[in-house]
Design a protein around this ligand. Structure first.
Ligand SMILES: [Fe+2]
Length: 150
């Protein structure tokens, strides 16, 4: 492979909601792939594909999270703020994608830094709320969080 990984999955990223964690792992794979390609001097080529991948993957993921947040309120959690963060990300990626499409020469490692920082801060910040969705449900996972009883 010759690719160096940048982010290793760590237990502290886990929320306990399996579908959310699986998708977070997928996002980290995309971020690591971008990093690997930059390291191989193929950053410009990677940028051509990364925005589409990031947007598609993020949309699926945000849908999942937003569905879960609406289904079961958690005390002290404000879904509106969480949704605002998703919206900010959508706008930032759209803006970068548009600028790139219009011919601006983006620096691949700067795009990488934004994406990496945003996702890790979000996973370790707002997404902690998903831990609380499984509280009181031993072995709580996607099935429990998505169960019809919520
Ligand atoms: Fe989120």
């Amino acid at each position: 492979m010759g690719k160096h990984k940048h982010i290793d999955w760590e237990e502290r990223y886990a929320t306990g909601v399996e579908i959310v964690d699986q998708q977070h792992r997928g996002l980290i794979d995309i971020i690591n792939d971008l990093y690997g390609r930059i390291g191989e001097g193929r950053g410009d080529e990677a940028l051509r594909e990364i925005f589409g991948a990031l947007q598609r993957y993020a949309e699926t993921h945000f849908d999942t999270e937003e569905r879960l947040l609406k289904r079961r309120p958690v005390a002290g959690c404000h879904p509106a703020e969480h949704l605002d963060e998703h919206e900010t990300y959508r706008r930032r990626i759209m803006d970068l994608r548009t600028r790139y499409a219009e011919g601006e020469r983006l620096v691949p490692i700067q795009v990488f830094s934004f994406v990496e920082n945003w996702w890790l801060a979000h996973i370790e910040g707002s997404d902690r709320v998903f831990e609380r969705l499984t509280e009181g449900r031993p072995g709580g996972d996607a099935g429990a969080a998505e169960g019809t009883d919520l």
